[in-house]
Design a protein around this ligand. Structure first.
Ligand code: TPP
Ligand code: MG
Length: 564
């Protein structure tokens, strides 16, 4: 079984001689066994330390942006990931991906090789710099994409590594670790430290639980709102137990798609403001108590352009490290501890029982062209327990998320940060993180164009992803979000997508380009049976969109406001 590690697994001090070896060994002890990255001379000592380490495998990506997305995907499954890039040019290319991991609470350790201390001390004019003899220009930029950072030297290495690991775990966000290349090769100075494990303050936990229990007892109607952070922290089982002990209905936003099985009797549907099912909306907006477990992100996407009416004074928000009730904040309380306290509640004698929806029926004849009305129910019929779906921003995301999916399917999407191109490398990272599950990538072709080159890395490292690329002749979501769908900036170079795997070195992959439902059904069967990766290019209509996007298309003024 693949383990999602929540805390350091170090039982004895890490034995390593050089600073670079120590960093790699220490991160391996966090449950990390792959390092995504692109090599570069300043980073050679780190690359060498990974390559010569028996526990961690070097996963070379086509570029650092891809590597950062892959690390994000990996971290979501395993609890943490390692990303290694070179000074300036490498780390700056990774910033978008690492910043996305920060926004979406995914723990990526970003290790960067800097020019040597000796050259820094002499202010040498060096490559990958601005030619100004300054070496601090990029540290602050990369550190901005992390929740903590350290510039490592042989003396501070052991202590700083414990500090950044603890802080990154506490916030569940990236850490930036920069190492000058000569220091990286120097012997590490040992220090007597133990991993710092975040724990709740017992009195604060009791205080928070007393208030929460009081609110629960007083409330006539409660709804639980488990957040995306639950899966980032690997607390799905603990959260489900808590919700079952509460006995109340629970809802998810599209950031928590399939967090628990959608056939769960307490599941009251997906909450998306005014576009929720009326019953779901009533359960959430009418509840006396909304138990936000993990910090639900009520952004413009999850609330369908802030269209709901949520009274935040009815919220109890359990964050990763605090509990907020109105203006009262109780600090030093861990989410996992609140969940296990909630799970101890006496289960309600009459738990909420909704009417879970079944899967939508598959429709259309085999000779029909592929419409969105026929595509999304087919995905639901294709997916099965043990699949992890990685979903790209764009029309696909708005098509899949409202579609009920089978229990045991896991979904990863980057809803808040929403950087297109994320899903292709993220699927690679997800697949390497847990080869026991089948990873399914669902992406639009426009997004795919940003990062498709790491299909090559999937083949190289045996990541048997099933890739669905919807080719609808451009940026459909953007066409739909504008009055004029025909701006040329929403057009794309017309790639032959189904030929990409072969060109990128995946000669033994199953590939198909499908235009009818019959061809799609056949390709889905073949992809499922393939022992290698599979790649299906689906030809869709230029303006054929899923209902959620069609709804937005009719609401442009409400979404963006009127022109002055
Ligand atoms: C890095 C980045 N650049 C630009 C955007 C704006 N953007 C959002 S969706 C999208 C187009 C997606 O098109 P495609 O992947 O083909 O999906 P479709 O909607 O056509 O199915 C763009 C350009 C973004 N979200 N992220
Ligand atoms: Mg498209």
């Amino acid at each position: 079984m693949i383990k999602h590690v929540q805390q350091s697994e170090v039982s004895e001090p890490v034995k390593a001689t050089s600073v670079a070896d120590y960093i790699v060994e220490r991160l391996a002890a966090e449950g990390i066994d792959h390092c995504f990255g692109v090599a570069g001379d300043y980073a050679f000592p780190i690359c060498d330390a990974v390559d010569s380490n028996a526990k961690v495998k070097w996963i070379g990506c086509a570029n650092e942006l891809n590597a950062s997305y892959a690390a994000d995907g990996y971290a979501r499954i395993r609890g943490a990931a390692m990303l290694a890039t070179t000074y300036g040019v490498g780390e700056l290319s990774a910033i978008n991906g690492v910043m996305g991991a920060k926004a979406e609470r995914s723990l990526v350790f970003h290790v960067v090789g800097m020019p040597s201390y000796q050259h820094q001390r002499l202010h040498k004019i060096a490559h990958h710099t601005l030619g100004d003899g300054v070496f601090g220009n990029f540290v602050e930029l990369s550190a901005g994409a992390a929740c903590c950072h350290a510039v490592i030297n042989p003396e501070n290495c052991v202590v700083e590594m414990e500090r950044v690991i603890a802080e990154a775990r506490r916030n569940h966000q990236p850490a930036y670790i920069a190492v000058p290349s000569d220091y990286a090769q120097s012997p590490v100075v040992s220090a007597d430290v133990k991993p710092i494990v975040s724990r709740s303050n017992e009195a604060a936990l009791q205080k928070a639980m007393t208030i929460i229990a009081e609110r629960i007892n007083k409330a006539k109607s409660i709804v639980a709102f488990p957040a995306f952070t639950i899966s980032r922290l690997g607390l799905q089982k603990e959260a489900q137990k808590a919700v079952e002990a509460l006995g109340c209905p629970f809802v998810t936003t599209l950031m928590e798609k399939c967090l628990f099985g959608e056939s769960h009797p307490q599941f009251a549907g997906m909450y998306a403001g005014a576009v929720s099912e009326p019953k779901t909306r009533q359960i959430v907006e009418g509840a006396d108590l909304v138990l936000d477990l993990g910090g639900v992100n009520l952004n413009d996407i999850t609330t369908a352009a802030y269209s709901g009416q949520l009274d935040l004074s009815r919220f109890v928000t359990v964050g990763l490290d605090d509990v907020r009730i109105g203006d009262q904040v109780i600090a030093n309380v861990r989410l996992e501890d609140i969940l296990s306290e909630l799970a101890k509640l006496k289960p309600s004698s009459a738990p909420y029982k909704g009417k879970p929806q079944g899967l939508a029926p598959v429709n259309g004849r085999s000779s029909d062209k592929i419409t969105m009305a026929a595509l999304y129910p087919r995905y639901a019929a294709f997916l099965r327990a043990g699949d992890t779906v990685v979903l790209e921003t764009g029309s696909s995301s708005l098509g899949v998320t409202p579609t009920i999916l089978p229990d045991g399917v896991r979904v990863e999407a980057q809803v808040l940060w929403g950087s297109i191109g994320w899903a292709t490398p993220a699927a690679f990272g997800v697949a390497l993180a847990d080869p026991n599950r089948r990873t399914i990538l669902i992406t639009g072709e426009g997004s795919h164009q940003l990062t498709a080159n790491d299909i090559g890395a999937m083949g190289r490292f045996g990541a048997n992803v099933i890739v669905f690329v919807l080719n609808n002749n451009g940026y459909l979501i953007e066409r739909a979000l504008e009055e004029n769908p025909d701006w040329t900036y929403n057009d794309l170079a017309p790639w032959n997508y189904a030929d990409l795997p072969k060109a990128l070195g995946c000669a033994n992959w199953y590939t198909a380009r499908v235009t009818t439902l019959g061809e799609l059904d056949e390709a889905m069967k073949a992809a499922r049976a393939s022992q290698t990766g599979a790649y299906i290019e689906i030809i869709g209509g230029k303006m054929d969109m899923p209902p959620a996007l069609a709804f937005a298309h009719g609401q442009l003024k409400a979404m963006y406001g009127d022109a002055p």
